[in-house]
Design a protein around this ligand. Structure first.
Ligand SMILES: Cc1ncc(COP(=O)(O)O)c(C=O)c1O
Length: 396
């Protein structure tokens, strides 16, 4: 019996639908996405607003799906704010976190009722009018190391993100002088050490208490960001452990909490297929998805994606495996999806490589290098396959 969150049935359905042009396709696995969101909500108490990071998968139909299920959206640019609005997200569930907001953008968003707008510096606060419709927050750099990979560690002392928590007096004075009612932090992606993160949450909480001691009720919202690595669903997830940490840290507080998860929500809720174009000796396969789709993996340590090989009649190879290098289609030497990946020895030209767990930081990072077309995107609802967008040529 195949579980609803498996990809087997979805792969069997998609392969016969592919045309000659579909050298690769991307898919969203809706049952998995919903399962993960339900788990996320269950790990936190009811007064937590989850605004999912748009950048992680900005496809409009994906955003609509998240909004339909009651989730908010976190935008890193004004363009992402527009995507969130077009997806029907109410302003009260949109968070705007760009570190380089222009004066024109600030004039615009300051009039958006209840949208949470987090400033990246005290200097940015001075660009806001004295009366704002939005909810204004200050991003604080918690100055911790949670074990996030160097490239995604935004909480180092010299980070460009937020006001360092050590600048306590400055933050308190700024919060009291401007119409600020929220504090924000995002410690970094793929954080490993939840005890370090506990310390960061406590320092944010204590800072809010100190401001409220000077002006009662001034800070009512704490946005604690995202940052958990993806993991498979089991009873005792890291997300559950993190939810307990958050509950403990804020147990005697009346703040409204906001989160901004991305990777944890989306990574396992997506997969992709690439036709195998060439099989060359010694054991090298050329495929149609490389650093254009896996941009983030190309500039840091690649994630290990579960791989399987299927023939073009929709049957999975289940024989003896050997180590293969998987070469992407771009014109630079480093464009390999994997080295020494275990793949069925019978693989041949025209088969499909199925790459699982590709839902996060892939589609949204599509690179125009070599001007290759953006593959079509499909959604699997557990029964049927629906095309959400066509294959697109790159426009210059
Ligand atoms: C401010 C902010 N919030 C949330 C996220 C989402 O992080 P993650 O995908 O690690 O949950 C990011 C990622 O870059 C971010 O910069």
């Amino acid at each position: 019996m195949i579980a609803a969150n498996d990809i087997v049935r979805a792969v069997k359905v998609i392969i016969p639908l592919l045309s000659e042009d579909d050298t690769s396709v991307m898919l969203v696995h809706l049952p998995r996405l919903k399962e993960r969101l339900t788990h996320l909500s269950a790990c936190f108490s009811n007064n937590v607003q989850h605004s999912i990071a748009v950048k992680t998968n900005p496809h409009p139909a994906v955003l609509e799906q998240l909004v339909e299920l009651g989730y908010g959206l976190e935008a890193a640019s004004l363009e992402e704010v527009r995507l969130a609005q077009e997806a029907g997200c109410p302003g009260s569930k949109i968070v705007f976190d760009s570190p380089v907001k222009t004066r024109a953008e600030i004039t615009l968003v300051s009039q958006e009722p209840q949208m949470l707008v987090n400033v990246n510096s005290i200097e940015e606060l001075a660009r806001f009018p004295q009366k704002v419709q939005c909810t204004l927050g200050i991003r604080v750099n918690p100055q911790v190391h949670t074990g996030a990979p160097e490239m995604f560690d935004v909480s180092k002392n010299e980070s460009k993100f937020g006001v360092a928590v050590i600048e306590r007096t400055k933050i308190i004075e700024a919060a009291l002088s401007y119409p600020v009612s929220a504090l924000h932090m995002h410690s970094g992606s793929q954080m490993k050490d939840l005890e370090v993160q506990r310390g960061a949450l406590e320092s944010l909480r204590d800072l809010a208490h100190e401001i409220n001691a000077r002006e009662p009720g001034k800070i009512s919202i704490l946005d604690i960001g995202g940052g958990l690595p993806s993991e498979s669903m089991q009873d005792e997830t890291k997300m559950k452990a993190y939810g307990s940490v958050v509950t403990e840290v804020f147990k005697k507080c009346s703040f409204t909490l906001v989160t901004e998860f991305g990777q944890w929500v989306h990574a396992e809720a997506g997969f992709a297929l690439s036709r195998i174009e060439y099989k060359l000796e010694p054991n090298r396969l050329f495929i149609h998805l490389g650093a254009d789709f896996f941009m983030r993996d190309a500039y840091t340590k690649p994630r290990s994606f579960p791989l399987s090989v299927w023939n073009n009649s929709g049957e999975e190879y289940r024989g003896e495996k050997e180590a293969f290098d998987l070469a992407g289609p771009l014109c630079f030497a480093g464009d390999y999806l994997a080295h020494g990946a275990l793949i069925d020895v019978c693989v041949q030209e025209g088969d499909y490589l199925v790459i699982d767990h590709t839902g996060a930081n892939t589609y949204g990072l599509w690179s125009r290098h070599c001007s290759r077309s953006v593959p079509s995107l499909w959604a699997w609802d557990g029964e049927k396959m629906k095309k959400w967008s066509h294959r697109q040529t790159i426009n210059y």
